[in-house]
Design a protein around this ligand. Structure first.
Ligand code: ADP
Length: 639
């Protein structure tokens, strides 16, 4: 077969370009990435060998070898793992853009990475990081299932293309050979390599070995020393989760976390424990400090890596964790599951159920503990993952109050930048207050100015401020907290006390005709007009029915292109506002219907603006306003 020359996919080209003109300050991570790939490849081969023992003849004892050739200026990372076929090499190392690559480039455009190059590691651009230190990279690989010595050689100088050729290789696995750039020859030094491995790859379960030259006595001449190369294992190598937590250093946890999560930063919290009883397993879980890119996307991969008796079975075992804890990274090693377990078997497995329940409880308890004992870190956690965590209220009915206790909100009573909880809200409720209130709004809106809060403020009732798109749905699922109903201040009828109710009845009689007139004029726009229990200063506002769609939610659904049932709103008027006295008098006098009609339109449009909607006919609205101003000006001039 003649060598084939192929073009990289556009995204890969862009990525390589970035790698070469590196915006990256920790070049040495290339070695971590290559060792990590080698370790993954061995895990795959070991898994395959459970059912296909034949491949063990091609692979030998699992190990990763670092090979330095000072004369040639090359550094190679060699593994006896799964290897790749001809087509796999082309796809994996050139023509498919891994979803990580796409995310990475998208994030770059958003400038996020310019300021934070350490995010690079999150995006699974591992292999290509070789080009930060090498001007030419060769990959020689033989698939573990290939019985002959047939192997594939991939080569590139990152000039937009790569070549593929056939070659021979004694053992299965992959050699990645870097021709180091002139400035990066330091990576040929033993101590440099040793320190990088210690720093980043110590926890790798398979031995990472290297031939090390040692001075020894010459057996032929006792007075002479000779140099002998000996293979030395450079990493500690024991599966970190099987060690006693008291013996694992924080740095070791941190490096392991980076290996499995592709995150560059340290985790916010480590959860490491062994469960015994109905189900025996070890879990090493991490709460990241920063939300990974894409956590709100549908295709985000969730779940810890599943091991059975130390053999890696699958990445992202989503059956082990509820979706609302999808930010958790880590590994679970079970002693009860069969080694040949598949995703199908996992679906209804009772051990898996037990593990999932146990992990869920452990994570929620840990978060609660963090909230109590490390409040500042908890606030930081909540800022990143509160939006995801609260989904649990909707999806995990049995734990909804427990999850509610983990949520933080600003309120009409918290100081700027401070947050409260349902628990504190509940404790501080005045005796007369029967319900828990919240208001929804966009994060950039100043909801504190909302007319919907007027009566609550006057009464001294606290209102929680919720700015996540899904909050209204979540609160509808939560329904109540410690027996107190949870109510949106912008939906349904509000009665804050019984005197208010009596007044409302009186006003209803007093304004009967006016209300009927407004209702009639706006019959196509609103479904009812009534006296408000929530307004004190503003003249009127629009509200949804108790079970109706929150305007925030309605906008969200519309922006996603979803059909939204067009449920009409209710117009509430402030019976204490003077404008209605004036209008009521006009009604009583009769005959000024043109003026009343104009006022009703203006009031309705104001209500639309207050709720954050657009007026129906901006030109007509502006004209009516100008007319009103002119009349007012004329009157002032004549006085
Ligand atoms: P990632 O490891 O995040 O998927 P990489 O760019 O590092 O991204 O690698 C791309 C793919 O190439 C891997 O997913 C794997 O399929 C393949 N690969 C890389 N290195 C090896 C290796 N040493 N052995 C076998 N396959 C490998």
């Amino acid at each position: 077969m003649a060598a084939e020359k192929m073009e990289f996919k556009t995204e890969v080209k862009e990525l390589l370009d970035l790698m070469i003109h590196s915006l990256y300050s920790h070049k040495e991570i290339f070695l971590r990435e290559l060792i990590s790939n080698a370790s993954d490849a061995i895990d795959k081969a070991r898994f395959e060998s459970l059912t296909n023992t034949g491949i063990l003849e091609n692979t030998g004892a699992w190990k990763i070898k670092i090979i330095v050739d000072k004369a040639a200026g090359t550094l190679a990372v060699s593994d006896n793992g799964m290897g790749m076929t001809h087509d796999e090499v082309i796809a994996e190392l050139g023509t498919i853009a891994h979803s990580g690559t796409k995310d990475f480039l998208r994030a770059l455009q958003s400038k996020e990475l310019k300021d934070k190059p350490e995010l690079i590691g999150q995006f699974g651009v591992g292999f290509y990081s070789s080009f930060m230190v090498a001007d030419k990279v060769a990959v020689v690989t033989r698939k573990a299932t290939e019985k002959t010595k047939k192997a594939i050689k991939w080569e590139s100088t990152a000039d937009g293309s790569f070549t593929i050729d056939e070659t021979k290789k004694d053992l299965a696995g992959t050699d990645v050979i870097l021709h180091l750039k002139a400035d990066d020859k330091n990576y040929l030094n033993e101590w440099e390599i040793r320190s990088i491995i210690k720093k980043y790859s110590d926890y790798i379960e398979h031995p990472v070995v290297m031939d090390v030259e040692r001075e020894k006595e010459d057996p032929r001449d006792k007075n002479k020393k000779i140099k002998v190369a000996e293979e030395e294992t450079m990493n500690a190598g024991k599966a970190i989760w099987l060690r006693d937590p008291s013996e694992v250093k924080t740095e070791e946890y941190n490096e392991f976390y980076k290996h499995i999560s592709h995150d560059f930063g340290d985790p916010a919290k480590v959860i490491h424990y062994r469960a015994e009883g109905t189900s025996e397993f070890t879990a090493l879980l991490f709460v990241p400090a920063k939300a990974p890119y894409g956590i709100l996307y549908r295709d985000y991969k969730i779940g810890p890596t599943l091991y059975v008796k130390r053999v890696q079975i699958m990445d992202h075992c989503e059956q082990l964790i509820p979706e609302y804890l999808r930010f958790i990274k880590g590994v679970v090693d079970s002693s009860d599951l069969p080694l040949n377990v598949s995703r199908e078997i996992l679906q209804n497995n009772k051990h898996v159920e037990v593990i999932k329940k146990n992990i869920t409880k452990k994570v929620l308890d840990t978060l609660l503990d963090m909230k109590k004992n490390a409040y500042d870190s908890y606030v930081a956690f909540h800022k990143e993952f509160g939006r995801v965590l609260k989904e649990g209220i909707h999806f995990d009915f049995s734990r909804k109050e427990q999850i509610a206790d983990l949520l933080l909100f600003p309120s009409t009573k918290t100081e700027a930048g401070k947050l409260t909880t349902f628990e504190d809200y509940y404790k501080n409720m005045p005796i007369a207050q029967g319900e828990i209130y919240y208001i929804t709004g966009r994060p950039d809106e100043n909801v504190l100015q909302s007319p919907y809060l007027e009566a609550f403020r006057e009464k001294g009732y606290e209102v929680l401020i919720m700015t996540d798109d899904i909050d209204d749905v979540i609160m509808s699922s939560l329904q109540e907290y410690k027996g107190k109903k949870i109510k949106s201040v912008i939906k349904g009828d509000i009665s804050l006390d019984t005197t208010g109710d009596k007044e409302k009845e009186k006003s209803k009689e007093k304004f009967e005709k006016l209300l009927a007139m407004i209702k009639n004029q706006l019959k196509d726009e609103v479904k009812d007009v009534r006296v408000s229990g929530r307004l004190k200063d503003s003249a009127c506002c629009l509200v949804a029915d108790e079970g109706g769609l929150d305007p925030q939610m309605e906008k969200l659904l519309k922006s996603m292109g979803q059909e939204v049932p067009s449920d009409k709103r209710i117009l509430e008027i402030n019976a204490g506002h003077q404008i209605f006295e004036v209008m009521n008098n006009l009604v009583a006098q009769g005959g000024r219907e043109d003026v009343l009609k104009e006022y009703i339109d203006l009031l309705y449009n104001q209500a639309l603006l207050l709720e954050g909607s657009k007026v129906k006919d901006p030109a007509a609205f502006a004209k009516a306003m100008a007319k009103l101003m002119l009349e007012n000006a004329k009157q002032s001039a004549s006085h």
